[in-house]
Ligand binder design. Structure first.
Ligand code: ADP
Length: 257
C-alpha cells in the first residue's frame, strides 16, 4: 500500500514537471510558466493624501491613497485599544471593456476585507488606539490580478504615509491552467481559458522576509501543485519587493537608478 502511494506520488511529480514544460508553449501571451507580466510602481502620486502609490502589472493598474491615522468616525466603530485599518477596494467603471456599474458590490466588499487582512499583520496598529487609517484602492485598469496589485500599491502607500510597518508585503497570484501551474494569470487566462480543467487563480501575499499574510485557493489543486504555486509566487514576490523598495526610495529622492 505504502509502495503504491509512493509510486502515485512519483507519477504526480512527473506530471507536474511535464505540465510546466507544456505551459511554455501553451500560454496565449507567450509567457513562460514562471514568468510574470512586466511590473512598475510609483510612490507619491496624490498630493492631498498622506501617502499614495501606483502599482502596474501588465494591463492591470492599481492606485492607492492613505488618509490618516485620524479620528475614527463613526465613534461606535472606534476600537479604544488599537487603531483600525479601513480598506476600500473599488474597480472603476471604465477599468474593463464593458462598463461596470459604479459603487460597491459583494465582490468589492470581499476584496476590501481580504486586502485589509493581507496588510494588517505588518502594521503596528496598537500605536493608534481609537484612530482609523483609511486606505482607498482604485483600479483604473483591470486585467486580472487586481487584488494583488491593490495590496502592492496599498503597502507602498502606507509606507509613504509614514505608518510604522514591521515589513513590506508583496502579492502575486499563481494559477492553474488545466493541470499546469503558472504565474500571474491575465484576464484571458483567468476568465476565458477553457482547456481541460479550466483555470483557477491562487493569490498569495508574502512579507519581504518570506512569511505568508494571505492565500486564497478555490477549485481543485494537489499538494504538489500548491507547493509549486508557493515556490513560484515566493520568488516573484522578491522581484516585486525590489520594485516597491525602489519606488519608495525614488519618492524621497534617494533612489539609485
Ligand atoms: P482579481 O482581479 O483579483 O484577479 P477576480 O478573479 O474577481 O479578481 O477578477 C478577475 C478579472 O475579471 C478582473 O481583474 C477584471 O478584469 C475582471 N472582472 C471582475 N469583475 C468584473 C466585472 N464585474 N465586470 C467586468 N470584468 C470583471
Amino acid at each position: 500500500m505504502v509502495r503504491k502511494m509512493k509510486k502515485m506520488k512519483k507519477i504526480n511529480m512527473k506530471q507536474t514537471k511535464h505540465n510546466i514544460k507544456m505551459a511554455e508553449t501553451k500560454r496565449k501571451s507567450g509567457r513562460k510558466a514562471d514568468e510574470m507580466r512586466p511590473i512598475s510602481a510609483k510612490v507619491g502620486i496624490i498630493p492631498n493624501a498622506n501617502g499614495s502609490a501606483m502599482f502596474q502589472s501588465g494591463k492591470t493598474i492599481a492606485i492607492a491613497a492613505v488618509y490618516g491615522p485620524k479620528e475614527h468616525h463613526p465613534r461606535s466603530q472606534r476600537n479604544p485599544s488599537r487603531g483600525t485599518l479601513r480598506c476600500t477596494y473599488n474597480m472603476l467603471s471604465f477599468s474593463v471593456t464593458d462598463r461596470i456599474r459604479p459603487g460597491s458590490n459583494r465582490r468589492s466588499t470581499e476584496i476590501s476585507k481580504i486586502i485589509g487582512w493581507a496588510l494588517e499583520p505588518v502594521l503596528m496598529l496598537d500605536k493608534y488606539p481609537g484612530k482609523v487609517i483609511d486606505v482607498c484602492i482604485n483600479m483604473i485598469q483591470a486585467d486580472a490580478g487586481t487584488r494583488c496589485a491593490g495590496i502592492n500599491a496599498a503597502a507602498m502607500a502606507l509606507a509613504h504615509a509614514g505608518i510604522p510597518m514591521k515589513n513590506m508585503v508583496s502579492s502575486i497570484a499563481a494559477g492553474k491552467l488545466d493541470k499546469t501551474i503558472v504565474l500571474d494569470l491575465d484576464k484571458y487566462e483567468d476568465s476565458e481559458f477553457e482547456g481541460g480543467e479550466g483555470s483557477t487563480d491562487i493569490p498569495i501575499t508574502f512579507t519581504n522576509d518570506g512569511k505568508l499574510t494571505h492565500i486564497q485557493v478555490d477549485g481543485h489543486i494537489t499538494v504538489e501543485q500548491l507547493k509549486e504555486a508557493m515556490k513560484m509566487t515566493r520568488e516573484a514576490s522578491k522581484k516585486i519587493y525590489e520594485v516597491q523598495k525602489q519606488a519608495l526610495k525614488d519618492s524621497v529622492g534617494g533612489g539609485e537608478k
